[in-house]
Structures are given as C-alpha cells and as structure tokens.
Design a binder for this molecule. Structure first.
Ligand SMILES: [Zn+2]
Length: 252
C-alpha cells in the first residue's frame, strides 16, 4: 500500500517574475484528474489531487502551469486590505478605517469612522469580525421581516465567506449568506435576502418564484445586473495579495 501524505499540506511554488505563491494541497475522492483551483474571493491557490495521485506528480503539474497561475492571479481585481486609511462602502455609506488610540479594547464607530484597537497584526481580523457581526444583524433582521410577510418561519441564518454564491436556502429552511453583501448597496442586499426568503415558499426559479420576489422588494432586474457586473469587486475586500516576494537571506 502506498503511504499517502496527510490530506492537507502546503508547498511554495515559484512563479515567473521571481514571485512565489503558497500552494494548498487537498485530496479529493471526487476528483478524476489533478487540477488547480484559484479562489477569487481570497486568491488562494489549491492543488487538488485525486485519491491515489502522487504528490510529486501534482507538484510537477503545478510547476508546468506556473505561468497560467501567475496570469490568473494578476487578473484578480486589486485587493483592498483592511488597514488604517482604507475606505469601505458599508451599505452604500463610506466608512473610514482608523487606528484607535489609547488602551481601549473595543472597536468604536463614530459616524463614517471605524476605530480599531490593538496591534497591526490584529487590525484586519478585528475589522472582518466586526463586518461579519454587522452582516449577521442586518441580514438577520431583513430575513425575519420578509419571511414574516409570507408567513414562513426562518430556522437559521448562517453568515459565511462563500466563494461562488451570495446566498442559499436549504430544504430544511436554513438560509445562508455571504458577509460581503454588507459592502453592497442596500437595495442589492435586500434583493438577495428576498431571493432566499422566497425560496422558503418556492424551491425553484419559476415564474411564481420571481413574482414573489417582486412582491417582496419590487422588480429586481437592476440589482441582479449590479451583482453580475460588480459582484467580483466585493471579493477584493480584506484580501491580501497571495503572491509572496521572496525575502533575501539575512543570515550573516
Ligand atoms: Zn435562487
């Protein structure tokens, strides 16, 4: 029996132009071939190996495609890291990220200013946690009130960082949304919530489903167009450039 490496491990891959990227290895029972996946939400590069593929073959595969990986990463919208001086659009309103001075432990929002305490290393994490909590509150309230209008209970609302879907609704009536919707205009956020709430009644995209969505939030064509055109922009926030610049050796 061949000994397989642990399912998860990472390797550094050299890219053309002297940069490097972290390659995340993943075993998949479903994969038929070795493949490379690039997550456009966080820029992470994944090397997916079928169950019995040798890691060596996977790495050769990735090396041969280093040029393609570099091209894909360059094509991602420029990241907007969470750091002091960044301006977010929180539900359509500008919000400036700033450092909170003094020994305060909590984030503080004063109008269009969000003051973030703590060390540099924790800044981005604090901002993201705060945004996820805001998303949970805003989306939760909207889901409850829209569901009440069609006489349906909402069992659970989950907030995630989904790569491909803005929202989803399970057969059991659990709703799930991307926290990034909090960075979209409020009309777009309302539409996505209404879309998933309407699935509590209609588990399809039939004419009666769209009729229900329109009853809840009006004709959603502009909001759908906005998501198609600008959705990928929402994925830039909080992302670091996944490419690493090799550090010169400092050993004397
Ligand atoms: Zn749907």
């Amino acid at each position: 029996m061949p000994v397989l490496q642990p399912a998860k491990s990472t390797h550094i891959l050299d890219l053309p132009g002297g940069r490097e990227v972290l390659l995340n290895l993943r075993r998949s029972a479903k994969a038929r071939h070795i493949l490379i996946k690039i997550n456009d939400a966080n820029g992470k590069v994944e090397l997916v190996l079928p169950r019995r593929a040798a890691i060596r073959d996977g790495l050769t595969f990735a090396n041969e495609r280093a040029g393609w990986i570099e091209k894909q990463l360059s094509a991602l919208p420029a990241p907007v890291p969470f750091q002091a001086g960044t301006v977010l659009q929180l539900m359509g309103e500008p919000l400036l990220l700033a450092r909170r001075q003094g020994g305060a432990k909590r984030l503080r929002r004063i109008g269009g200013l969000l003051e973030v305490p703590g060390e540099d290393a924790q800044f981005a994490g604090h901002v993201q946690c705060w945004l996820v909590a805001e998303a949970r509150r805003e989306i939760g309230e909207r889901a409850e009130s829209l569901a009440a209008r069609i006489g349906r209970p909402v069992h659970h609302v989950a907030i995630r960082d989904t790569a491909t879907r803005w929202g989803s609704c399970s057969a059991a009536g659990n709703l799930s949304f991307s926290w990034r919707l909090i960075l979209a205009p409020p009309r777009v956020l309302n539409y996505v919530v209404a879309h998933e709430v309407a699935h509590l009644n209609e588990m399809n995209h039939s004419a009666s489903f769209w009729h229900l969505v329109t009853e809840l939030v009006g004709d959603p064509s502009c909001e759908r167009l906005w998501l198609r055109r600008n959705g990928s922009q929402l994925k830039r926030y909080g992302r670091q450039d996944p490419r690493l610049v090799p550090q010169p050796c400092s050993t004397p």
